[in-house]
Design a protein around this ligand. Structure first.
Ligand code: ADP
Ligand code: MG
Length: 211
């Protein structure tokens, strides 16, 4: 499979639709251990990305430029902590595919892994601290392992999604250490982290758009 800028734009459009449909649930999850804005923040961000990508001449826009446009528009649209986290993810994705016009399966997996690394570097969260990293990191690891084993992009993203779902579910049994919900301490136990839940939605839309 080979993905060009038009394919990446379709991916962002698919994420925007999926996040918009999931907005209320994400706000509800954030209402339990945060400030109830996570669905709004994510929808604002991905709708801004969609609007910023819409006027681009895709034939004249390389994947790196498209991903940097996505990063900038997401950052400008989102005041919540998810803003700089996803903006960094897209900036790192842009750097990972620099100089390429079309992306092979392995390039998309590298892009995916760069997103997770960007979120990790920006937020300084480790596995087990009840953040979106608990979904993103296992997903990136699973995609990398699947790609290294010679699997297709669709198979690697399917493995990534399964790992993300498992990781998000596991946040129920974690005490928040990073971000707003860390103020709750042990009272954060028993609830899914909203950022981990939205990561599953994002990764699921990415998988669907490359299937
Ligand atoms: P805010 O907490 O500013 O209202 P959001 O509601 O948009 O921001 O996002 C909350 C989510 O951000 C959390 O559920 C968590 O997954 C994620 N998050 C917060 N801080 C960090 C961090 N340091 N590293 C990674 N993810 C984080
Ligand atoms: Mg919030």
């Amino acid at each position: 499979m080979s993905i060009d800028s038009a394919g990446l734009k379709r991916m962002f459009d698919a994420i925007a639709v999926a996040i918009e449909a999931d907005k209320d649930r994400l706000c509800q999850l954030d209402g339990v251990i945060g400030d109830a804005d996570h669905g709004i923040a994510m929808a604002l961000g991905f709708n801004a990305v969609r609007d910023a990508l819409a006027p681009l001449d895709l034939a004249a826009t390389e994947p790196t430029a498209l991903l940097n446009t996505a990063a900038k528009s997401f950052l400008n649209a989102v005041g919540a902590s998810s803003g700089p986290l996803y903006a960094t993810a897209f900036m790192r994705a842009a750097a990972a595919v620099k100089g390429k016009t079309t992306l092979a399966d392995g390039d998309v997996v590298a892009l995916f892994q760069a997103m997770a690394q960007g979120i990790r570097d920006r937020g300084k969260a480790e596995i087990g601290e009840k953040t979106m990293i608990d979904a993103w990191q296992p997903a990136a690891d699973a995609a990398g392992a699947s790609n290294a084993a010679g699997k297709t992009l669709a198979e690697s993203l399917r493995a990534a999604l399964a790992a993300a779902e498992h990781g998000a579910e596991a946040t129920k049994d974690m005490i928040a250490v990073k971000g707003r919900s860390s103020r709750l301490g042990e009272r954060s136990l028993g609830h899914i982290d909203p950022g981990a839940a939205s990561a599953v939605t994002v990764i699921s839309a990415m998988r669907d758009s490359f299937a």
